[in-house]
Ligand binder design. Structure first.
Ligand code: TXA
Ligand code: MG
Length: 518
């Protein structure tokens, strides 16, 4: 099918541009258009064939009803059996706006629109383009979000084009949909009103007018009062995992989760609050190739978060992320809708409590890597050890069972650390399997590891790759160079591994660069 793209001024759309689209709607064709929430895919609600084409274009399950859009109050009575007092109150207070109200449907509304339900959802969008288009069409317009079923809803014409080009007659490009999450769906037929879908109008605003409200949580069993609730939704191609807890705990789970996902070969996208962004700075420096960090917005101002949410999920896909780690947001105001969409995008998958395992590698496992092992443990304590990290060391060509060299023992003793019981050992496959990060002291160790364990390539880094600017190049072999060189090596490791510990604890650059352990 040929799809025509019509670009209009979002605030002052030209009638001559909208007229062919309105005409198409009247004739039963499909027109995608902007609203203040997300883009909708419109069809003449009074024509069952046109409505059927909407389901086909989206690949939408037949039992999921559509919302009918109107531009004038007079359009409502013919579509419904009754307008209750509370419905009137809501219409007066919140229309036009991001609120869908369920009414008992009249015979005029085809069964197709409501998927056989006795109620019809109606909303009056607050967007100059939607408003004018509906006015010019002069018919009620059934419009689900203009995405392929199950994908994140579109907030730009580009997103609609990506999903529906060639499947619809017109796509009206009216810029960015401002709110970014869909309308709030309210059911007034129960003794106390229920929010079936949290959305662009907050529960607080609604209950300010209606009194106490129930927010319905579909448990996945029994009949769904709003069929859309039972489908996995808003899902990008990558697997989404949600963090929980206090903002700092969330950052820790996300950092550890990102490191282990990258180690297993994933490209990772982080959906971060502005507040936590600095905590991911070092992670980004270390893993820039395998990591995209996307700023959603401040935890305490959820409008930008809502407005960027779906674009960010789509962006994660286009960046090729196979794992998406998202922060959770406070569930007030628009946060209820944001959290609902994130929950459903994740299909309930949450990030487990953070823990990591690190393997330090040098050649003989008698100098650098054992020093690195104990020094890292100390550095991790110095940043407060916010979650469990286990550390081990091994050598690429180690003779087994040797103690650490006397100079190494002496060098770390200056930091109050004890290497006297260390015994050397070689790197084995299980070491590589168990570790999330394998840290090579020098490039030669990295090459040796890559040659022997190509399957684990994504977890092998030199220390200087992980803390660029803190350690430059190799941690050179001090063997036979005397105590002063060992001391320099120990100091270099202290600096580098404090940097690593800071990265894993989400401490931003410039903080604890050269802490004093004494
Ligand atoms: O903001 C919005 O509401 C956007 C724009 C385009 O207006 N539209 C939208 O439509 O999000 P859609 O189809 O993607 O989501 C409609 C939701 C679904 O969860 C559906 O199950 C529910 O509303 N719904 C529609 N009619 C219903 C009814 N009669 N009873 C219960 N739930 C209904
Ligand atoms: Mg939808």
């Amino acid at each position: 099918m040929e799809t025509r793209i019509v670009k209009v001024d979002p605030l002052h759309p030209d009638d001559s541009l909208l007229m062919p689209c309105a005409e198409a709607l009247r004739e039963g064709k499909l027109v995608a258009f902007p609203t203040e929430t997300v883009y909708g895919l419109g069809a003449n609600a009074l024509m069952p064939d046109a409505v059927e084409r909407v389901f086909q274009a989206k690949g939408r399950p037949q039992d999921n009803p559509l919302i009918v859009h109107v531009s004038r109050l007079e359009a409502v009575p013919p579509l419904v059996l009754e307008i209750s007092e509370s419905a009137r109150l809501l219409m007066r207070n919140f229309w036009p706006g991001p609120l869908t109200i369920l009414f008992p449907k009249s015979g005029l509304v085809p069964e197709h629109v409501t998927a056989g339900l006795p109620s019809v959802g109606i909303r009056m969008p607050d967007h100059p383009v939607a408003h004018r288009l509906l006015d010019l069409a002069g018919v009620p317009v059934a419009a689900p979000s203009a995405n392929i079923s199950g994908r994140p809803s579109p907030t730009t014409a580009e997103a609609v084009i990506a999903d529906l080009y060639g499947k619809v007659d017109f796509i009206i490009d009216g810029g960015q949909a401002e709110i970014g999450v869909e309308s709030t769906v309210v059911d007034l037929s129960t003794p106390s009103p229920r929010i079936l879908r949290p959305g662009g109008l907050s529960a607080e605003e609604l209950s300010g007018v209606l009194g106490p409200l129930e927010v319905f949580h579909f448990q996945g069993e029994g009949p769904a009062p709003s069929p859309g609730m039972k489908y996995r939704h808003y899902a990008p191609k990558g697997q989404v995992f949600l963090a929980s807890g206090a903002p700092e705990e969330q950052a820790n789970s996300i950092i550890a989760g990102a490191v282990s996902a990258i180690a297993s070969g994933h490209k990772v996208a982080l959906l971060a609050s502005t507040d936590n962004l600095p905590r991911y700075e070092r992670l980004k420096e270390a893993f820039g190739q395998s990591l995209v960090v996307i700023e959603l917005g401040p935890r305490e101002d959820l409008a930008p978060v809502a407005s960027r949410l779906f674009t960010s999920l789509r962006y994660s896909d286009s960046a090729g992320a196979s794992v998406i780690l998202a922060e959770s947001f406070p569930e007030h105001g628009l946060g209820l809708a944001v959290q609902n969409r994130l929950d459903r995008a994740s299909g309930g998958k949450t990030l487990s409590s953070p823990k990591l395992s690190i393997l330090m590698v040098c050649t003989g496992n008698t100098c650098r890597s054992p020093m690195a092992e104990v020094v890292f443990k100390r550095a991790w304590e110095a940043v407060g050890a916010p979650y469990p990290v286990t550390v081990a060391s091994a050598g690429t060509s180690a003779a087994p069972g040797l103690p650490a060299t006397g100079e190494a023992v002496t060098a770390v003793r200056e930091f109050g650390l004890d290497l006297s019981s260390h015994r050397s050992r070689g790197v084995l496959v299980p070491d590589m399997e168990n570790a999330d990060l394998v840290i090579a002291m020098a490039r030669s160790h990295k090459s040796a590891l890559l040659a022997r364990f190509p399957l684990f390539a994504k977890k092998i880094y030199t220390l200087s790759e992980l803390v660029p600017g803190v350690v430059n190049g190799d941690v050179d072999d001090p063997i036979g160079m005397g105590q002063a060189v060992y001391r320099q090596t120990a100091l270099l490791l202290k600096r580098g591994l404090t940097g690593l510990a800071s990265m894993l604890a989400g401490i931003r650059r410039g903080h604890i660069e050269d802490s004093d352990w004494q």
